[in-house]
Design a protein around this ligand. Structure first.
Ligand SMILES: *Cc1c(COP(=O)(O)O)cnc(C)c1O
Length: 394
């Protein structure tokens, strides 16, 4: 299942499971929006009503208040709400001065939006290979930067809710003088040695796509930064390049976070993130202790990483067989991602560079499977997943 298809999962799963032993209501899904609505529907409806009765729907008090709360939660100076995570990355690159033809070093495995943001602005993606956990290999990143002085921008991805080594990212930034937008779409709340992801580069970009750890009831995203001048440029770019009413100084976007999504996020969802992250950590812990199967490699982050478990990626030989075995046990697993970014059909007609190859990424993608992990999973469901994993004989 691709990330962008996730909201259609219930329909898709209902088709896939027609006539089988499990129904849509007894399956264990990668996300459970019905359970979330049951838990929070009343509060969300009240937040909706507050915006409706205010009569102010675009760039008002709700967006402003949410930006302040998000910046405080994240521990960065400023937040700017935008229409999506994709836009947050592109606007982040724009405020740092990236333009057509510039080279941008990025992660080889991610949601396609990461590379799409780079391509959409006419820049050239340069991939380093991944490490054993699927994240960009920072030794390779350093080597790529050392060989090619023309690379001045970088978009590293804190994939799966793991933080990359922020000390090393900071050193790369300083040593090679690069400007960095950290893709934090999967890493809200994740830390490295106490520092939040997004604090190593000049700009952090995040997404409120419904499946993310902080998901809205629709699309949304945000940039975070310390620098006020960068914040001001992002505010101009998201709103048609307007510096004052009817004065357009740059070619901008229509990429504003809705008042409605901002209200849902600030009043109801953001206050839950810490508790939800705790629950994700508990589930990850249970998986790590409970799954004992020599055919599976479980995720491991070394060093000072404090992950938020956006996903629980495991690796196996025979991933299709495992996915169908899990399905037979009423469990829907997923792939993040089936292909390296460079191997998507859209990239065949698009220039990019991968100077050190993508061998590790391709092997990683061929073996990666995501087990369900979301805050509404019950202990009994977690035990079912563990039992099904332990029963798999490859
Ligand atoms: C979801 C995601 C994005 C894109 O966010 P949208 O809000 O869907 O545009 C970018 N990067 C990563 C790593 C993501 O997971």
């Amino acid at each position: 299942m691709s990330e962008s298809a996730a909201v259609l999962l219930r329909e898709a799963a209902a088709v896939a499971f027609a006539g089988e032993a499990y129904t849509i209501d007894t399956m264990i899904l990668p996300n459970d929006f019905a359970a979330q609505w049951e838990d929070l529907g009343r509060d969300l409806t009240a937040a909706f009503a507050a915006v409706g009765s205010s009569g102010w729907y675009i760039l008002g008090a709700e967006v402003k208040a949410f930006e302040a709360d998000l910046a405080q939660f994240w521990g960065l100076g400023h937040a700017v709400g935008v229409a999506s995570g994709l836009d947050a990355i592109e606007i982040g690159l724009r405020v740092l001065g990236c333009g057509p033809g510039d080279k941008v070093l990025t992660s080889p495995i991610s949601a396609f939006a990461t590379v799409l943001a780079i391509l959409r602005m006419g820049a050239l993606p340069v991939f380093a290979d991944c490490d054993s956990q699927g994240l960009i290999d920072l030794d390779q990143a350093a080597e790529v930067l050392r060989r090619d002085e023309a690379i001045r921008f970088m978009v590293p991805v804190h994939l799966y809710g793991f933080s990359l080594d922020l000390e090393r990212l900071r050193r790369l930034r300083e040593r090679y003088g690069i400007l960095m937008v950290e893709d934090c779409a999967q890493s809200i709340g994740a830390r490295w040695g106490g520092s939040a992801t997004g604090s190593a580069g000049q700009v952090a970009a995040t997404s409120f796509y419904p499946t993310k750890n902080l998901g809205a009831l629709g699309d949304g995203g945000a940039l975070l930064m310390e620098d006020e001048a960068l914040r001001d440029r992002a505010r101009v770019l998201r709103d048609y390049g307007q510096t004052a009413k009817y004065r357009h100084e740059v070619i901008g976007f229509n990429s504003r976070l809705d008042e409605l999504q901002a209200a849902l996020l600030r009043r109801v969802l953001l206050p839950r993130v810490e508790g939800w992250t705790e629950r994700r950590r508990t589930i990850a812990d249970r998986y790590a202790r409970g799954i004992v199967n020599s055919r599976m490699v479980l995720p491991a982050r070394e060093g000072d990483c404090e992950p938020v478990w956006h996903l629980f990626p495991i690796r196996v030989h025979g991933k299709k067989e495992l996915m169908s075995h899990m399905r037979d046990h009423g469990i829907v697993t997923a792939e993040h991602y089936p292909f390296a970014l460079a191997d998507q059909p859209a990239m065949t007609s698009t220039p990019y560079e991968a100077p050190l190859g993508l061998e590790v990424s391709r092997a990683f993608c061929a073996s990666q499977v995501s087990l369900p992990i979301h805050p509404y999973l019950t202990d009994a469901q977690v035990d079912t997943v563990i039992a099904a994993c332990n029963a798999w004989e490859g």
